[in-house]
Design a protein around this ligand. Structure first.
Ligand SMILES: Nc1ncnc2c1ncn2[C@@H]1O[C@H](COP(=O)(O)OP(=O)(O)OP(=O)(O)O)[C@@H](O)[C@H]1O
Length: 255
């Protein structure tokens, strides 16, 4: 298909008269991995929330495959294919890895609560379908060997992959990731980078916000740099790294 998968156009959002995001334009092509970076307070989390639906913009628009989504609640955006991996590990520790992923598929299937409560055949069919889809997602994220382990017993890197698997089970058209590398050690970061690369190889469109500039520069197709709520640079990692505005606003102060 032609055109952007995600288009943010002139998006602004202020808090108490101060712009957190100001007239931001961002276009993510299908299959692209886009990173959004910027110093503390640059507006990354706010932009993320404007796309995911936790916030609505004061002005501007957000479209997914050409359809406006900026006035929709987060759960309706999720139904349309916006998958979100939040930074805080929202893992159900009492459930197995497989069960955690199955949770991601409920809500995207048709057989409803009543069919489940009445134990109708449709319920069992749906449950089987969900289970096999969840196993596929565990395979896609390299977690098939952990399927029946309690989620709490997974090392942090695998827990991060589990969050990804759960989001994938909702079959997103666009996956949003909030600082996926945060708190991970070097080896775990490298594993996560390989996983994100393989997902991109499968054609998934992704947007991630990240503090770790080195992580992003190795991984992303395109990088958008925010500072004080505005886009100050956008392009390939090489272009962005050489941009004097970026160097002075951000990279110059990073080690
Ligand atoms: N709910 C809110 N109420 C008031 N001000 C807010 C709110 N959310 C964000 N802000 C302000 O908007 C600006 C942008 O914040 P935001 O969290 O989006 O930046 P960020 O780039 O994600 O920062 P960090 O890297 O520190 O998480 C900051 O000045 C912040 O204080």
């Amino acid at each position: 298909m032609t055109g952007a998968a995600l288009e943010v156009s002139g998006a602004s959002r202020a808090f108490g008269g101060v712009f957190a995001v100001r007239d931001v334009h961002l276009s993510v092509a299908p299959g692209e991995l886009r990173a959004v970076i910027g110093p503390n307070g640059a507006g990354k989390s706010t932009l993320f929330a404007l796309i995911g639906g936790q916030l609505a913009p004061d002005a501007g628009s957000v479209t997914l495959d050409g359809a406006r989504i900026d006035r929709l609640a987060a759960h309706r955006r999720a139904r349309l294919g916006v998958g979100v991996v939040f930074q805080a590990a929202r893992i159900f520790h009492g459930l197995t890895a497989l069960e955690n992923v199955m949770v991601g598929a409920h809500g995207t299937t048709r057989a409803g609560f009543l069919a489940g409560a009445l134990r109708l055949p449709a319920h069992y069919r749906t449950e089987r379908l969900i289970r096999s889809r969840a196993m596929q997602c565990l395979r896609r994220t390299g977690l098939e060997g952990w399927a029946d382990r309690p989620a709490a017993s997974l090392p942090l890197g695998q827990q991060r992959a589990l969050q990804l698997a759960r989001a994938l089970c909702g079959e997103p058209r666009l996956l949003l990731l909030d600082e996926p590398a945060s708190g991970l050690r070097a080896g775990e970061r490298a594993q996560l980078a390989a996983l994100l690369s393989s997902l991109r190889g499968s054609g998934l469109t992704m947007l991630l916000i990240e503090h770790d500039v080195a992580f992003v520069m190795r991984l992303a197709d395109q990088v958008t740099v925010l500072d004080l709520g505005r886009v100050i640079a956008s392009g390939t990692p090489g272009t962005v790294r050489a941009d004097p505005h970026v160097v002075s606003a951000y990279l110059g102060t990073a080690s």
